[in-house]
Write a protein that binds this ligand. Structure first.
Ligand code: CNA
Length: 244
C-alpha cells in the first residue's frame, strides 16, 4: 500500500526547488520548548502570549527577562537537531532553495545553512529602546540575560531588547519570504502549529502546481489544504527518508 511517507519520498525526489518553513517544533529535540505543546512555554504558570507583546515588554521588561532568562540559557547551549542538519545537507545538494524560520534560536545558522530568512528575528543583536544603539552578542549581555535580568545600554542606560519580533511588531523579510514561496515547486512546513500570522499565510502564496507538505506532531489549521500531512516527530520522519 502507498503510504504518505511514500508520497513524500516521491515529491522529494521530483522537487528541484524546495522551500521549507520551520517552527519551534524543529528545535524541541534540541531541548528548547515550543510555545503551544503541553510541555511548551505557555504551560508555565502565569506565562501567556501577553508576555511576548511589545507593549508589555516596554512596560515591564523585568517580567519578560525573568521568564526568558532560563529559556535563553537553554538556547545558548543548544545544538542543531537531525532536521537542521538534514536541511543544511539539502541546501548543499542544491535541492533546498530557502528556509523561512519562525525560530529565534539561530540553530539553522549553527547547522551551517546559508539561505535562511529569520522572519521573527534572532538573538545575535540587541537593540537599545532609547537611543537605538545596537550591540552584537557580547558576553556581558549573555550573562545578564542568562541571570534573568534586564540588560541596559552602556551609553544611555536604556533597556536592551533582543532583535526579535514581539507580538504587535512587523515581521522581518516578509516580501522575500513570499517571493521564495512563489518560486517553489514544493513547500514543506516542519514543526509549526501554523496559527501565528503572517507566517501561517505564506503557504497560500505557492504556485498552483506546487506541492504542499506538513510534518508536525499535532494537527494544524492548514492540514486540509496539504497534499501530504504526517503527524509525528519531524526528526524521525526525515530520518526515514534516509538522505543523511
Ligand atoms: P508553536 O505554536 O509552539 O508550535 C510548535 C508545533 O510544533 C506544535 O504544533 C507541536 O505539536 C509541534 N512539535 C513540537 N515538537 C515537535 C517535533 N519534535 N516534531 C514535530 N512537531 C513538533 O510554535 P510555532 O513555531 O508554530 O509558532 C511560532 C512562534 C513560536 C514564533 O514566534 C517563534 O518565535 C516562537 N518560538 C520559537 C522557539 C525557537 O526559536 N526555538 C521556541 C519557542 C517559541
Amino acid at each position: 500500500m502507498y503510504t504518505p511517507l511514500d508520497t513524500l519520498m516521491d515529491l522529494f525526489q521530483k522537487s528541484r526547488s524546495l522551500v521549507v518553513i520551520t517552527g519551534a517544533g524543529v528545535s524541541t529535540k534540541a531541548g528548547i520548548p515550543d510555545f503551544r505543546s503541553q510541555t511548551g512555554v505557555y504551560a508555565q504558570e502565569g506565562v501567556n502570549e501577553n508576555l511576548f507583546h511589545i507593549e508589555h515588554f516596554r512596560q515591564s521588561p523585568e517580567a519578560f527577562y525573568k521568564v526568558f532568562g532560563p529559556l535563553y540559557q537553554v538556547i545558548r547551549s543548544a545544538q542543531p537537531t537531525y532536521t537542521h542538519r538534514f536541511l543544511k545537507r539539502m541546501e548543499e545538494l542544491g535541492r533546498l532553495k530557502t528556509i523561512i524560520t519562525q525560530n529565534i534560536d539561530g540553530l539553522h545558522h549553527k547547522a551551517g545553512s546559508s539561505n535562511v530568512i529569520e522572519i521573527h528575528g534572532h538573538l545575535r543583536q540587541w537593540d537599545c529602546l532609547s537611543c537605538r544603539n545596537s550591540y552584537g552578542l557580547e558576553p556581558w549581555i549573555e550573562e545578564t540575560v542568562s541571570r534573568g535580568e534586564v540588560p541596559t545600554c552602556s551609553g544611555c542606560q536604556g533597556v536592551l531588547k533582543p532583535h526579535v519580533v514581539f507580538f504587535g511588531e512587523y515581521v522581518m523579510g516578509l516580501e522575500k519570504a513570499m517571493q521564495a514561496v512563489q518560486t517553489a515547486d514544493l513547500v514543506m512546513v516542519l514543526g509549526s502549529s501554523l496559527v501565528v500570522y503572517p507566517v501561517a499565510g505564506l503557504p497560500g502564496y505557492r504556485d498552483e502546481n506546487a506541492y504542499f507538505v506538513i510534518l508536525n506532531k499535532e494537527p494544524t489549521p492548514l492540514d486540509d489544504e496539504a497534499d501530504v500531512v504526517i503527524h509525528g516527530d519531524v526528526d524521525e520522519i526525515l530520518q526515514r527518508l534516509g538522505f543523511l
